[in-house]
Ligand binder design. Structure first.
Ligand code: SF4
Ligand code: SF4
Length: 530
């Protein structure tokens, strides 16, 4: 059976190698027709002549070299226009997006002509290999029950060389996806046949590739989660639920709604995680989409202001973080092998509180500025400088927020660093929605984890596998209830406890802290009870 498991790993690694190598193969040649089809009028006016002279008809071996030349031409022309102060001719669209469009339409090599084949060789083989690897554990690891043996002796899960290589791959992928997507033009185009199932002839975007990869990873690793925690009903139901929310709301509906001319929105995404909710283009998009668009706008407000805090009051933030959210879902499935890497030290608890609440404040300020701009767009369209408030541009704030929080923190650090920092560094240190719900959970909620301290044998499993870095054992040893703003209610501490000490409960608010003992764990360490 072990050989079958290794075979599965081999198949997965082969698929990963093919997927990665697609960035380095192909044939790209810009044609006059392709150039005219992809560039808008202003870009064509500026770029037609230099592109005809320098790029049209010239073959390139990779999308990187193709895009490098295009970006050089684009930047040179733009710099000239800026030097001459011809601001109305300057091209403001991000050059990386234009380079990607051109690279995709200029591809004519083996990948471009066999997209479905390469989709099967990457996604298909990857899924097959992973499932063989995962399912063989049913036999190898024996009867149901937690099997984390050797987790600190495996270089994949103890920050060893495999973990570091995995992190390097993930971080590189995120950096390329966000900032240099033209490098993976081939990888994006192999998902064209799947995109075509939704809208015939439509080309996949980088977000389609990302959504498909994200949903596939969550589903496959969700199967692993269910097999691993099959002794625990909470984990089985929770995993199925969060994966279904991802498949239906974050992927399928986002693709299906545009088929009916409706905006493809993730209806479960709440502000401030959905930080562009009040951006002018988002509101305009919704307002111009008929009654459904208006419903989505109102739903977004009701979800964020009424449903989120009400549900946190009744069930704790677990209802969202561990049952609904895509970020949490990926952390609970793809990130599960790394949950023990979260730092449990007191200084990280302090850092976590400063960082996550600072991001929440940043999100609120950014939303006030963008909301002011959007209000002016609708109510005072005649106004000059609609985006300026207190002398600061809403565009500057929102682009800094998008870069620092939306891309670097949530993507590159949040997921790329799974094998180094553990699976929930975004949820723990950066997610403004988690901060918002955490405040409600800490001060006004019926949720708590109760501890039957007399049964605790201090094995430390609960603290080890708490992805939020909570020292659960310290509470259990004292028989104190756990009421922490950061607890996402994943329930894994309870699932790995050999003595049934921990129970996730919703109950009356009275005495939810259960602080009867002389010493309690407070916000700054141990405190004496009054
Ligand atoms: S305390 Fe338990 S339920 Fe809460 S985040 Fe940690 S492991 Fe999950
Ligand atoms: S896993 Fe259970 S027995 Fe072990 S330290 Fe935690 S509460 Fe105690």
């Amino acid at each position: 059976m072990k050989n079958i498991k290794y075979f599965g790993m081999g198949v997965f690694l082969l698929a990963l190698a093919i997927f990665t190598s697609l960035a380095f193969v192909g044939n790209f040649e810009l044609t006059e027709r392709g150039m005219r089809a992809q560039l808008n009028e202003q870009e064509l006016t500026n770029l037609e002549k230099p592109l005809m002279e320098e790029m049209v008809g010239k073959p390139y071996r990779t999308s990187f070299t193709f895009s490098r030349d295009f970006i050089a031409v684009f930047n040179r022309i733009n710099e000239d226009l800026k030097a001459k102060e011809e601001w109305d001719k300057v091209m403001w669209s991000p050059v990386s997006g234009i380079a990607l469009k051109l690279a995709q339409s200029s591809a004519n090599g083996i990948v471009a002509s066999h997209k479905m084949l390469f989709f099967l060789l990457t996604f298909g083989l990857g899924i097959l290999g992973s499932l063989i690897y995962i399912i063989s554990d049913l036999k190898i690891k024996g009867p149901p029950g937690i099997k984390n043996d050797g987790i600190y002796h495996d270089s994949a899960t103890n920050r060893g060389w495999i973990g570091i290589l995995t992190a390097v791959w993930l971080i590189s992928f995120y950096v390329i996806l966000y900032f240099h997507p033209y490098i993976i033009a081939n990888l994006i185009s192999i998902t064209d046949p799947i995109k075509g199932l939704f809208i015939e002839g439509e080309k996949a975007s980088k977000w389609f590739l990302y959504g498909l990869l994200y949903t596939t990873s969550m589903t496959v690793m969700g199967a692993r989660m269910i097999i691993k925690y099959r002794h625990n009903r909470y984990q089985i139901v929770r995993t199925i639920t969060v994966v279904l929310f991802q498949i239906i709301f974050a992927f399928l509906l986002v693709e299906i709604l545009p088929m009916f001319g409706l905006p493809g929105k993730d209806l479960k995404s709440a502000w401030p995680l959905d930080y562009y909710f009040l951006f002018d283009w988002n509101v305009q998009d919704l307002m111009s989409s008929g009654n459904f668009g208006k419903f989505v706008f109102v739903w977004g407000i009701v979800l964020s202001i009424i449903i989120v805090p009400t549900m946190v009051y009744f069930y704790g933030k677990r209802w969202y973080c561990s049952w609904v959210c895509g970020c949490g879902g990926l952390a609970e499935t793809l990130g599960d092998p790394y949950r023990q890497l979260s730092n449990k030290k007191m200084w990280t608890w302090k850092l976590e509180r400063w960082m996550i609440h600072a991001v929440l404040v940043f999100a609120v300020i950014m939303t006030v500025f963008t909301g002011y701009h959007t209000y002016n767009v609708f109510v005072h369209p005649e106004m000059d400088s609609k985006e300026i408030l207190f002398g600061i541009s809403a565009f500057d704030i929102r682009s800094w927020y998008g870069f620092l929080i939306g891309s670097i923190f949530a993507g590159v650090i949040g997921t790329g660093f799974y094998p180094i920092l553990g699976s929930r560094s975004w949820c723990r240190f950066g997610c403004p929605l988690a901060a918002y719900m955490g405040i409600v959970q800490r001060f006004k909620s019926r949720f708590r984890i109760t501890t039957n301290g007399g049964q605790c044998i201090s094995c430390g499993n609960c603290s080890t596998y708490c992805e939020q870095g909570i020292d659960v054992r310290a509470y259990a040893q004292k028989g104190q209830n756990i009421v922490r703003s950061s607890c996402v209610g994943c329930g894994v501490c309870s699932a790995v406890c050999p003595r049934g000490v921990l129970k996730l409960e919703n109950g009356p608010e009275a005495n939810r802290f259960g602080n009867e003992g002389p010493i309690v764990l407070g916000n700054n360490g141990f405190e004496l009870n009054d």
